[in-house]
Design a protein around this ligand. Structure first.
Ligand SMILES: C[S@@+](CC[C@H](N)C(=O)[O-])C[C@H]1O[C@@H](n2cnc3c(N)ncnc32)[C@H](O)[C@@H]1O
Length: 201
């Protein structure tokens, strides 16, 4: 999506940094904690605003994105750390071979997907046993959050609780929990965001 290449260098605004820190804090509050560093994937990672909040917990930190510009910024942040890896792939069309993770995080990427249910199932297959998937995205909205949705590659106007719970059940997860964790304010309206935590036993 060229929109993300064009905006990559200006992506990390103070607002986005602050909300990403909050998302990461909420994810940490709601997942089972790890007693040693683990393999972590950020899907639709952008510049790594969420991923790098997990750098201390990571044995390996992997970012997947379709935007080269975003991944360039992600890579720069990881220079010299020796545990950061990026993959320029569309995960709906290609696979990341031979890698499994203990934690997969993804923030505001799901509303860009053709088939979120299929992606949940794919991410299930990319988790080790006992692994967890944490998805942050918009709660169901009326389309007014992204008025320019076609240019921005928006394919879903958020997701309802029913949809998210079904992702977990059909995706093979043993447990799905969904929390409202924040809201974005835009044009004097509030747009709630959810965090869904899926566990693979
Ligand atoms: C709204 S941005 C969010 C970026 C980052 N997660 C954040 O919170 O700042 C959505 C990101 O998902 C990526 N993306 C969308 N569809 C994708 C796909 N099928 N495979 C990989 N990345 C994708 C986009 O390129 C973009 O960087």
């Amino acid at each position: 999506m060229s929109h993300f290449n064009e905006t990559a260098n200006e992506w990390d605004t103070p607002d986005k940094i602050e909300s990403s820190k909050l998302f990461a804090r909420k994810i940490k509050e709601h997942i089972k904690t790890f007693d040693k560093p683990v393999d972590i994937l950020d899907f639709g990672c952008g510049t790594g605003l969420i991923a790098y909040e997990f750098i201390d917990q990571a044995k390996k930190l992997v970012g997947i994105d379709t935007s080269e510009g975003m991944l360039e910024v992600f890579k720069q942040k990881g220079e010299g750390l020796g545990k950061v890896e990026t993959h320029l792939i569309n995960l709906e069309e290609s696979d990341l071979e031979d890698q499994k993770f203990d934690l997969i995080v993804t923030s505001t990427a799901f509303h860009h997907l053709d088939d979120p249910q299929k992606m949940v199932h794919k991410l299930y297959g990319m988790l080790n046993d006992g692994g967890q998937l944490a998805v942050v995205d918009l709660d169901k909205e009326d389309g007014s959050f992204h008025p320019d949705n076609k240019r921005m590659g928006v394919k879903h106007f958020g997701f309802s609780e029913e949809e998210v719970m079904a992702w977990g059940e059909k995706g093979g997860f043993s447990s799905t929990k969904r929390y409202l964790i924040h809201s974005f304010e835009k044009n004097e309206r509030e747009y709630p965001l959810f965090l869904a935590v899926f566990e693979k036993h």
